[in-house]
Write a protein that binds this ligand. Sequence first.
Ligand code: 13P
Ligand code: SF4
Length: 337
Amino acid sequence: MTVNFDDALMKIDEKGFLDIEIDPSLDLFEEIEKLKREKNAVILAHYYQEPDIQDIADYIGDSLGLAQKAAKTEADIIVFAGVHFMAETAKILNPAKKVLLPDLKAGCSLSDSCPPPLFKAFKDKHPDHIVISYINCSAGIKALSDIICTSSNARAIVESLPADQKIIFAPDKNLGGYINKVSGRDMLLWNGACMVHEIFSLEKITRLKERHPEAKLVAHPECEEAVLKIADFIGSTTQLLKYTEKDKSQSFIVATEAGILHQMQKNAPHKTFIAAPPDNACACNDCPHMKLNTLEKLYLCMKYEQPEILMDEELRIAARKPIDKMLELSEILGLGG
Ligand code: 13P
Ligand code: SF4
């Protein structure tokens, strides 16, 4: 392990994080709280983060809620406990702030499934279409888009447009297909998907439902159509959380990344939450990108203010326009994360 800060800084691009030894006697929760106060820093975390990170965060939310918070925060430093496109969105929206990501390699398979040069060629073939992109994409894709959406506002945004408006939806074919189905639209879909949500096994979920007939199946719209078809409720992470808290059922099978079970259980301690099983030998449905962030990396990035999200200004301005459009529409439509 590297101990020296300069050595660690030199290796940050290769490793993705500051690899510096931490005094094992430190109470990281206390240290992080101290750093928050000293540096006027705010920790924004997604529900897929490990429980310790969720517990120390100032705000936990879905992609829309996190973007809204990042745009409005008055903290000097935004520590983003999530993946790269989320921290990048925070920087796009609030460029005067220092935005830190505990591990720069915390990417997203869905975002990676849509490289900007290929998408540009696809878009150029359909000049009469506007582009709505799911926020899980790079700044390069955002800059090629007209409106950004998240899983909590995608349907409302699409339905707010004239019925004859031709639309390309990128990059998630599952979310796009779901919106087509519920809104009766025929959007052209980019063929991208999330590795975590695509892996749920319909067969195993069906067996689980048979064993727990009283349990309701809640699913994120990034899941495949076959899983969505048998779901009792479909929504963004925040919407799933609210549903499981308010619904009178006592048990739920949860088809999204397992990190959210922590908040579900905290919000409704007497209820039972079962993670939907994936189609592989291990019983894990963790996002390997989200889970690259750890409490140790969070502490180091706050202490040394690295790794930092830096962006080309021209790209940032181009990527901001469709996000602003989403935030404006969300305001008009009364949508929050
Ligand atoms: P939401 O939290 O916006 O539902 O997004 C889920 C997700 O996959 C984030 O990467
Ligand atoms: Fe990307 Fe899927 Fe991980 Fe979300 S869960 S960050 S969409 S790979």
